[in-house]
Structure formats: structure tokens, C-alpha cells
Design a binder for this molecule. Structure first.
Ligand code: FAD
Length: 488
């Protein structure tokens, strides 16, 4: 590795690290990024993403970020999603445990950070895949109307280009394996391992942006619990948590939910790591039911929009017998089977189809009598009302051990379809304790001078998650940390 010089050294080249690098460059700092992956696999989990959640007051704010012609604009129903609503989502999904100061900063600065990235080349467009049409109008889940052109790849292209234009240096296949401390105990650099060397790289400040530990089976079993070592990994193979462990070993305090993670339903046919597009996001479950291999429902499929529930369903499935479940649909909702970002592809995978529920159960190896009974009970519990996939329609069941709160339709119209699903971990919630500038704190409550952490290596989330919050967290605190580190 040629000798690196940096005022600010960033570890990891995902969304958070790139935002930190860009912000530090804007302050005039010399910036280098070390990235463990080879160049063709760069970008971490950020490469797999679909969109940023951010606050806006209405359509004008969105048109300020994306080119939306008048014809499309006239069809778009965009309710305001002010910072207060975003904050409410962040606090509610965390069960009230998330740090309110961090969450408020994230919600308050989310729009401005989107504008900042747009000015650096990030292109946005309405997420038509993510909308639902009703009476000729397009409706979206609040906070998730726009998406980057080219999704995660588009984000990375824009940010890598901006960092290169700004003069940032990026070294691939360079893994941080330790921190370098000066005689006062302040962070002075990192120890980097490359295929041919192991060396100390000095820097004025180090910003850790190396993601969580979701790709380490050993750490998953250690922190998330038994069975998690066997879970499928949706994203990059490189987020194995060593930078996190190094920081803890040097006295950094832990934050976020260490036994918790973002885990969704993935198709049983999905690969065990770095899943391809066609196997992502089978997210139409609110319009059907989910049963386990014993034929029992175990969750309120329609509790909320999928973006407010999908991140906790992976864990629920991992805890069911053999870690598997089935999304069940009938002919009435077959046209609603689609996925965010991956469009119709999300349900274009091998699945089971039959003309009767007992036949479907036999194909799925579910006890047919139990399955039939579950469906009869469910159908009998469905209340009258208008089904509307584009809003929380309130069409619900009553009297079941687990009711369905919205979009409850009887499962009675053949053909019936069953999609086998398993748990896929997205990222871990446990990380380092940081403030609004990304500074890392030690276990006695003091800032560790020279050390920052942004993105998923900073522990923030608990229990559940509002879709799109991971990227915006990395962008808001990445920008802040880059600026703070460069100024200090
Ligand atoms: C399939 C999938 C879909 C997702 N969709 C969305 C979405 O639509 N919206 C959203 O907000 N979030 C989404 N997420 C979550 C999102 O990916 C994360 O919140 C966000 O990308 C994290 O960014 P980051 O920069 O912290 O980490 P990453 O993007 O994962 O980057 C971490 C980088 O650090 C590198 N690294 C790791 N260890 C070291 C080391 N020791 N030395 C040097 N480099 C190291 C890795 O190689 C990687 O490049 C999704 C995640 C997945 C897996």
C-alpha cells in the first residue's frame, strides 16, 4: 500500500462512510477511505438498498428534489410527512428506547441532507413501484415517495464520483484490524491489513463506517442468540464486525439493541448471502395471511404498512418451527403481489399453486386439517368494509387469537398460492455510543478524542424499524461527523 496521508481517515465505503468523506472534503480536509472489499464488491449493504426515508411538507418539496412532470404530479397524492411525523415513527418503532436527541436530529435534518446529496449528483425519482393506485391516483406509504435513480447502485455511483472529484483517496482490500493510540490514549490512526502488508496509518481523526456484524455467524450467535448463526444474510459478506470489536476493546461504550437486528422475510430459495434482486422483498404479505409449517397464523399481517412491520418479521419466522413460514394469497389479491424496488420480480420465484386449500397444504407439507381450520376461522372473522390496498383501510377481523388489523379479505378464491419464506438478516442494531456529531464515547462517559462512528456501526435502533431509516441515519450523521472531524 502506498503511504497514505489523511486528516480524516474513513473505514468503510458504504453510504455513511462516503457521506462522511464528502463532508470532510468540503471542509478542506485531506481524506482517505480504506475499504475491506475489492473494488468490484465495494459499497457494503448500501449497494442493496432502495430508498432513503426523509421528511417533507408536500409535493413541492419533492419536486424540488426530483424532476416530476405536471401530468405525473396531478396523479400523486402526497400527504405531508413533517419531521415530527418522522420522529414519531422512529420513537414508536423503537418501543420508545431510541435516543430522542439523535432521532430528532435525524428527522429534522433529513430533508436538507437529501438536498445536499442531490447537489453532489444524487438523482431522485418517484418510486412508482412503491405506490398503490386507487381511483386513478397514486398513493405512497408516508416518507417513502422518492427513491434514488438506480437504487443502491445509483447512490454509490453518485457518492463515489463526488468523493473522487473532491480529491478523496480510496484504498480497496484494506481492512482495519486495530486502532493506533497516542501516548494520551487519543486515537491517532488505524492498523490496516492488505493482501501484502500490515501497517499503521496515522490520521488526525478516524471515522468508523464499517457496518454491523450481520455477516459474522459467530457474532450473530453470540449476540442475537441461538439459531441466528444459521440465518440467511441479505447483504454484503464483508460486514463481520471486527471494527466494532476493536473499538469496544479500546473502551468504547455500546449502544443500540445488541440482541436485536433488522431481519425480514426472504424467499426460501434465496441465496445464503448477498441476495439477488429477484429474491428480495416479498412484501405483499399485508394482503394475504402468513402461516407457519403447523398451519397456524402467528402475526398480524396487516398491523401497519409493510414498511413499519417488515423489519421484525424475520425474527418471528426464525422462532417458528424449522424457521419457515408461508405467505398465502388467493386470486383476489394476486395482482397485488409485488416488491419495492424489485417490482414484480419479487414474486416471480418458485412457489406452490393449487385449486383448494387442502391441496395447497399437502403440497406445502402443512397438516391439511389444521390449515383448513385456520382459514375457515380467519374467513369467518373478516368484517365487512371496503378493501383498499392504497391506504390503511381498517378492514379487519374480530375474535381471533391474533387479529388482522387492515386489508382482511377471506381466503376463498382459487387458485391459492403459497410462497415459502425464511428469515433474512439485513443488519444488526448493536453498535457504538455516539453523539449527534458521531463522536464515540467511552464507558465512563467521555468522548474518545479522534474517534467517530457513523452508519450501522453506531448503535441506534431497537426492536423494529421504519423502512428507509438506515440510509438517512448514515447520511445525516455521516455528514455531521465528516464536518466535525475535519474542523477539529
Ligand atoms: C438487502 C438490503 C436492502 C436494504 N434496503 C434499504 C433501504 O431501502 N433503505 C435503507 O435506508 N436501508 C436499507 N438497508 C439497510 C442499509 O443497507 C444500511 O442501513 C446502510 O446501507 C448502512 O450503511 P453503512 O455505510 O453503515 O454500511 P455499509 O453500506 O454496509 O458499508 C460498510 C462498509 O464497511 C466495509 N468494512 C467492513 N469492515 C471493514 C473493516 N474492518 N475495514 C475496512 N472496511 C470494512 C464493508 O466492506 C462495507 O463496504 C438495506 C440493507 C440490505 C442488506
Amino acid at each position: 500500500m502506498d503511504e497514505l496521508f489523511a486528516d480524516v481517515l474513513v473505514v468503510g465505503s458504504g453510504n455513511a462512510g462516503l457521506c462522511a468523506a464528502l463532508a470532510a472534503l468540503e471542509q478542506g480536509a485531506r481524506v482517505a477511505i480504506i475499504e475491506k472489499a475489492p473494488k468490484h464488491l465495494r459499497g457494503g449493504n448500501s449497494a442493496y438498498t432502495a430508498l432513503y426515508r426523509f421528511a417533507y411538507e408536500g409535493l413541492d418539496d419533492l419536486r424540488n428534489l426530483a424532476s416530476i412532470d405536471d401530468e405525473l404530479a396531478s396523479k400523486m397524492v402526497v400527504e405531508p410527512y413533517p419531521p415530527s411525523a418522522f420522529l414519531e415513527d422512529l420513537l414508536r418503532t423503537s418501543g420508545g428506547r431510541a435516543n430522542p436527541a439523535l432521532m430528532k436530529t435525524m428527522a429534522d435534518e433529513s430533508y436538507a441532507v437529501m438536498k445536499w446529496m442531490q447537489e453532489h449528483g444524487l438523482e431522485l425519482e418517484p418510486s412508482i413501484d412503491g405506490s398503490r393506485e386507487h381511483n386513478g391516483k397514486l398513493h405512497w406509504q408516508p416518507g417513502a415517495v422518492l427513491r434514488p435513480v438506480g437504487l443502491g447502485g445509483g447512490i454509490l455511483n453518485a457518492l463515489f464520483d463526488a468523493v473522487s472529484r473532491g480529491g478523496g483517496e480510496i484504498v480497496y482490500e484494506a481492512q482495519m484490524i486495530d486502532l493506533v493510540l497516542d501516548e494520551r490514549g487519543d486515537v491517532d490512526g488505524v492498523v490496516v491489513k492488505t493482501p501484502n502488508s500490515r501497517e499503521d496509518v496515522r490520521a488526525g481523526a478516524v471515522i468508523l463506517a464499517a457496518g454491523g456484524f450481520e455477516a459474522s455467524p459467530e457474532m450473530r450467535a453470540r449476540y442475537l442468540g441461538p439459531g441466528w448463526d444459521l440465518a440467511k444474510v441479505r447483504g454484503t459478506r464483508f460486514n463481520t464486525g471486527e471494527a466494532l470489536e476493536v473499538a469496544l476493546r479500546h473502551g468504547a461504550a455500546a449502544a443500540g439493541e445488541w440482541s436485536g437486528c433488522h431481519a425480514t422475510m426472504v424467499h426460501a430459495v434465496a441465496s445464503s448471502v448477498e441476495m439477488g434482486e429477484e429474491t428480495l422483498f416479498p412484501l405483499s404479505y399485508p394482503f394475504g395471511i402468513i402461516v407457519d409449517t403447523a398451519g397456524e397464523r402467528f402475526t398480524d399481517e396487516g398491523a401497519n404498512y409493510f414498511m413499519q412491520t417488515y423489519a421484525k418479521l424475520g425474527r418471528e419466522i426464525l422462532n417458528r418451527p424449522v424457521g419457515r413460514a408461508f405467505q398465502i394469497f388467493d386470486a383476489k389479491t394476486a395482482h397485488l403481489l409485488k416488491g419495492e424496488g424489485a417490482g414484480q420480480l419479487a414474486y416471480a420465484v418458485p412457489h406452490l399453486t393449487a385449486d383448494s386449500v387442502s391441496e395447497l397444504a399437502a403440497m406445502a407439507d402443512i397438516p391439511p386439517a389444521q390449515f383448513q381450520r385456520e382459514i375457515e376461522l380467519f374467513n369467518a372473522a373478516v368484517q365487512p368494509g371496503e378493501f383498499d390496498a392504497s391506504i390503511l383501510d381498517g378492514k379487519h377481523t374480530i375474535g381471533l387469537p391474533i387479529n388482522k388489523s387492515n386489508w382482511a379479505l377471506p381466503i376463498d378464491s382459487p387458485p391459492f398460492q403459497a410462497f415459502p419464506v425464511e428469515c433474512g438478516i439485513t443488519f444488526t442494531y448493536g453498535g457504538l455510543l455516539t453523539d449527534v456529531n458521531g463522536q464515540v464515547f467511552d464507558t465512563s462517559g467521555s468522548a474518545i478524542r479522534g474517534l467517530y462512528a457513523v452508519g450501522e456501526i453506531a448503535g441506534t435502533f431497537f426492536s423494529n424499524y421504519a423502512g428507509g431509516s438506515g440510509l438517512i441515519k448514515g447520511a445525516v450523521f455521516g455528514k455531521r461527523a465528516g464536518e466535525h472531524a475535519a474542523r477539529n
